[in-house]
Design a protein around this ligand. Structure first.
Ligand SMILES: [Mg+2]
Length: 190
């Protein structure tokens, strides 16, 4: 079977990592409950920033957000390694900007994610992921972002939302922890 994964906030806890870095940088403390209650992807409003200021903040801190010690979600690395051991194919499909693709690939490999030859796709827009997913003929795909998940409803594959406060309105299968992944695969008899 072919399994595709978004990276940010699907396999790694990037947004919360950025939330913590923003607090340090701005020297403020924001309750984690406020972060967990956000119904949209951006985090700038928690820091009293406008959308534009938030965009500038993200761009200024992007290297630090992407390439320091962002934690993978629990069991993500082990689950993907096990898929490969079982003979499945694992693909990564990230909409990080083209100039970040090479470093991102190196970072996820260094973090321990299994990256096979030809399995890393990067630099497309959210709305273009659907074309890659179709072309690869994926059997499963996992993402956190409504703007991506909404484009996949017509495809003949199993799509899961990686559970987050901003995607709970979507009525599609969801995965809340990566320890569930191998059970899903086993129960489907794949
Ligand atoms: Mg994502």
């Amino acid at each position: 079977m072919k399994f595709g994964f978004d990276i940010d906030d699907t396999l790694i806890n990037l947004r919360e990592h950025a939330f913590n870095l923003y607090q340090k940088k701005l020297n403020v403390s924001v309750e984690p409950e406020k972060f967990q209650a956000l119904t949209g992807v951006p985090i700038h409003e928690l820091f009293g920033l406008t959308r534009e200021e938030g965009g500038r903040m993200w761009n200024t801190m992007r290297d630090e957000i992407y390439y320091t010690d962002c934690p993978p979600f629990p069991h993500a690395i082990e689950a993907l390694q096990e898929l490969i051991r079982q003979g499945h194919e694992v693909y990564y499909i990230t909409a990080r900007a083209p100039e970040h693709c090479e470093r991102t690939k190196m970072w996820i490999e260094k973090a321990g994610f299994p990256v096979q030859e030809g399995s890393f796709y990067c630099g497309m827009g959210d709305a273009e992921k659907v074309h890659i997913i179709r072309r690869l003929g994926l059997d499963y795909y996992f993402d956190d972002k409504p703007a991506v998940l909404d484009t996949l409803t017509e495809l003949p594959l199993k799509v899961y939302a990686r559970d987050n406060s901003y995607n709970r309105h979507l009525d599609i299968p969801r995965i809340t922890t990566w320890s569930e992944l191998l059970d899903i695969v086993r129960e489907a008899g794949e």
